[in-house]
Ligand binder design. Structure first.
Ligand SMILES: Cc1cc2nc3c(=O)[nH]c(=O)nc-3n(C[C@H](O)[C@H](O)[C@H](O)COP(=O)(O)OP(=O)(O)OC[C@H]3O[C@@H](n4cnc5c(N)ncnc54)[C@H](O)[C@@H]3O)c2cc1C
Length: 407
C-alpha cells in the first residue's frame, strides 16, 4: 500500500491501547506499514505503567456497554496472550466486601449486573465465608469473583511493542518522539514531532491523558475534556503483607467511575492499598503538589469541571483531605481490614487517570472513539481499558478497516 508516505498508519501513544491497536491492525493487514510514536523514552510510561495491575472480570459495567463487552472478551484474550508469551499472571480471584447496611443495595446491584455480564463463578458470600477467604477482613456481606486476576501491564505493553516491530513490513516504534502538530493534506497527514516529521495516510490517536489535545490539533473540537484524577497508593509493609491474601474491594460509590480504595496483591508479591481519586493540577503529575499552569487552566476553564465540582464537592473535599492525611487514608482501609495499624502501611506509588468529562459535568462512563477524516481518536479509555486492550484493539482494527478501506 505504501506509496510516497513514510507509513500507512501512525498510532500516537505507546500505552497499552495504542500498542494493542497497532498489533491488531498488523495481524489483520500484514502488508500495511505502521509506526507508533511515543513521547516518553519508554513504552507504558503513564496510565499503563501506573495502574493496579488487575485483570478485571467485567462485573461492574452496564450490560451491553462497550466496557462490559470488551472487558470480558479482552480479559480472556489477555490471558491467552500472557500464556502464549510467558508473561506472569495469576487468576487469584477477588472479594467485594460490604461493611454497612447502606451498601447492601449496591452490592446486590453489582451481583445482578455481573450475572447479566456472564461473569463466571460469581457468588454471594456470608461474613464467615469472607473470613475464610481473607482472614483479616470483616464485612456483613460480600461477593466472590473468582475470575479476577493480576498481571504486570508494562510487560504486556513491551511484548506488544516487540511483536509489532518483528511482524509486518517495516513497522517501527519510535520512543522520545512527541507529536506537536499536524499538517493536513488531501491524501496524507504530515505528523510533526519534536524530532522531525512523518507522512502517513492515516492517524490513530491513543494519547491517553493528552488525547483531547491531539484531537484538537487535528481540528476536532471534542465536547469533552480530559480531567486528570490522581490516585495515590500506600503499600503494606512486609510484616503486614500476610493480612491480604489476594484482592479485597469495597462496594463502590455508584456516582463515580472509580472503584474505591482496595487492597491488591501485585504480581511481584507486594500489596498495594488504593487508589483514591483526587483532582490533579497536572495531567502527568504523580506528586501530591505537582502543578502545571496550562493543565490547570485547561481543566478549570472548562464548564464541565465546575459542574462536576459543585455536584460532588463533599466527595472531592474528603478525597482531598485523605490524600494529605495518612490517618484518614488508614481509616478508609480499616473499613475492610479493621486490625490494620499506621505502622502497617507506607506511602507507595501514584497514577493519574485520564477521565473524560462532558460539558454537563458528568464523567463519561464508557469508552469513546471518534472518527475525523483520515483519523481515529480514542477520547476516553479509562479502567478497565488495560484489561480490555486487546478487544479494544480489535474494535479499532474494525473501524480502521472500514473507515480507511484497508485491504
Ligand atoms: C491509578 C490507575 C489504576 C488503574 N487500574 C487498572 C486496573 O487495575 N486494571 C485495568 O484494566 N485498568 C486500570 N486502569 C486503567 C488503565 O491503566 C488505562 O485505562 C489504560 O492504561 C489506558 O491506556 P492508554 O494506552 O489509553 O493510555 P496511556 O497508558 O496513558 O498511554 C498513552 C500514551 O500516549 C503518550 N502520548 C501522549 N501524548 C503524546 C504525544 N503528543 N506524542 C506521542 N505520545 C504521546 C503518553 O506518553 C502515553 O505513553 C487504571 C488506571 C489508573 C490511572
Amino acid at each position: 500500500m505504501k506509496q510516497g508516505v513514510d507509513f500507512d498508519i501512525i498510532v500516537i501513544g505507546g500505552g497499552i491501547v495504542g500498542l494493542s491497536s497497532a498489533y491488531k491492525i498488523m495481524l489483520n493487514h500484514q502488508h500495511i506499514r505502521i509506526a507508533v510514536l511515543e513521547k516518553e523514552e519508554r513504552l507504558a510510561a503513564h496510565q499503563t505503567g501506573h495502574n493496579s495491575g488487575v485483570i478485571h472480570s467485567g462485573l461492574y459495567y452496564k450490560p451491553g456497554s462497550a466496557k462490559a463487552k470488551t472487558c470480558t472478551k479482552g480479559r480472556k484474550e489477555l490471558i491467552a496472550f500472557a500464556e502464549e508469551h510467558k508473561i506472569p499472571y495469576e487468576i487469584c480471584g477477588k472479594i467485594i466486601v460490604a461493611t454497612a447496611e447502606k451498601e447492601l443495595d449496591g452490592l446486590e446491584k453489582i451481583f445482578y449486573n455481573g450475572r447479566e455480564n456472564g461473569i463466571e463463578g460469581l457468588e454471594k458470600i456470608r461474613p464467615d465465608e469472607i473470613k475464610e477467604i481473607e482472614p483479616y477482613s470483616t464485612g456483613i456481606a460480600g461477593l466472590r469473583v473468582p475470575c479476577t486476576g493480576i498481571i504486570d501491564f508494562v510487560k504486556v505493553a513491551e511484548k506488544l511493542g516487540q511483536l509489532i516491530e518483528e511482524g509486518g513490513v517495516g513497522n517501527k516504534i519510535f520512543t522520545s518522539y512527541e507529536v506537536t502538530g499536524f499538517d493536513k493534506h488531501d491524501f496524507y497527514t504530515r505528523v510533526v514531532t519534536n524530532r522531525g516529521t512523518f507522512d502517513a495516510r492515516y492517524v490513530i490517536n491513543c494519547a491517553g491523558l493528552q488525547c483531547d489535545r491531539i484531537a484538537k490539533m487535528d481540528g476536532v473540537e471534542p465536547e469533552i475534556r480530559i480531567i486528570p484524577f490522581r490516585g495515590d497508593y500506600y503499600e503494606l509493609t512486609e510484616q503486614a503483607g500476610s493480612k491480604v491474601k489476594n484482592l479485597i474491594y469495597p462496594v463502590p460509590n455508584p456516582d463515580f467511575p472509580f472503584l474505591g480504595v482496595h487492597f491488591t496483591r501485585m504480581i511481584d508479591g507486594s500489596v498495594e492499598c488504593g487508589p483514591n481519586a483526587v483532582f490533579s493540577f497536572k495531567r502527568e503529575g504523580y506528586g501530591k503538589t505537582d502543578f502545571s499552569l496550562i493543565d490547570s487552566w485547561e481543566s478549570l476553564s472548562f464548564r464541565g469541571t465546575w459542574k462536576l465540582f459543585f455536584r460532588n464537592w463533599k466527595y472531592g473535599l474528603s478525597e482531598y483531605t485523605r490524600a494529605f492525611s495518612k490517618k484518614l487514608f488508614l481509616r478508609q482501609l480499616q473499613r475492610l481490614i479493621p486490625s490494620l495499624g499506621a505502622g502497617d502501611i507506607r506511602p507507595g506509588t501514584a497514577g493519574v487517570r485520564a477521565q473524560a468529562v462532558g460539558l454537563n459535568g458528568a464523567p463519561l462512563d464508557d469508552f469513546v472513539i471518534e472518527r475525523r477524516g483520515n483519523s481515529i481518536h480514542v477520547l476516553n479509555a479509562p479502567s478497565p481499558a488495560a484489561t480490555a486492550s486487546l478487544a479494544i484493539g480489535d474494535h479499532i482494527n474494525q473501524l480502521a478497516t472500514e473507515y480507511f478501506e484497508l485491504k
